[in-house]
Design a binder for this molecule. Structure first.
Ligand code: K1U
Ligand code: ZN
Length: 169
């Protein structure tokens, strides 16, 4: 197991569109295990492979209080979305310290393979539905700040660049 470095906004690599996983083999299972360790260590509730610079359609999530219910979604596809949408507060491990509201479907049905390569359908609402939509955006190269106004987004970009300069020097 290993901790993986997380790309920080506005790194252009966060905008790469991920490709489907061809085979769920030992390499993919090792990546899943490293991503789970990285997500738990960062105290996140989700992580997309794109955020660790692996541009494959793979997500890990754990929204449980006890942090003992990992969900692995490989080649996820939204097969149903609810008619209703609501604003939810979101954060992102690639945009540390920034929280803002984004409109998401209230509930979704997602079809994906698990870490054993078995296709499953997950019915999600609440924070799980929000997290699935946020992570699936990452796979499409989209970061949540892109839903915000250009003014807010530019302020966030400037803040992130400043923080990254301070960390480097
Ligand atoms: O994708 C990521 O960067 C992980 C992200 C997932 C997420 C959080 C909140 C709403 C949607 C998606 C995080 O885990 S950010 C850190 C966090 O645990 C958190 C932040 C705000 C609200 C709830 C949780
Ligand atoms: Zn994120």
């Amino acid at each position: 197991m290993a901790l993986l470095p997380i790309l920080c906004y506005p790194d252009p690599k966060l905008h790469i569109v991920a490709s489907p996983v061809q085979t769920v083999d030992g390499h993919i299972r090792a990546l899943v295990s490293d991503m789970l360790e990285t997500m738990y260590e960062a105290k996140g509730i989700g992580l997309a492979a794109s955020q660790v610079d692996v541009h494959k359609r793979l997500i890990v999530i754990d929204v449980s209080e006890e942090r003992n219910a990992p969900l692995v979604l490989i080649n996820p596809d939204l097969s149903w979305t609810s008619p209703g949408k609501h604003l939810n507060e979101e954060g992102c491990l690639s945009v540390p310290g920034i929280y803002d509201s984004v409109e998401r479907f209230d509930a979704v049905k997602v079809t994906a393979m698990d870490a054993g390569g078995v296709w499953r359908t997950v019915d999600a609402d609440g924070v799980l539905a929000v997290c699935i939509q946020h992570e699936m955006d990452h796979l499409m190269g989209k970061v949540f700040v892109e839903y915000l106004s250009p003014l807010k987004r530019n302020r966030i970009k400037t803040k992130m660049r400043k923080l990254q300069r301070e960390d480097r020097d």
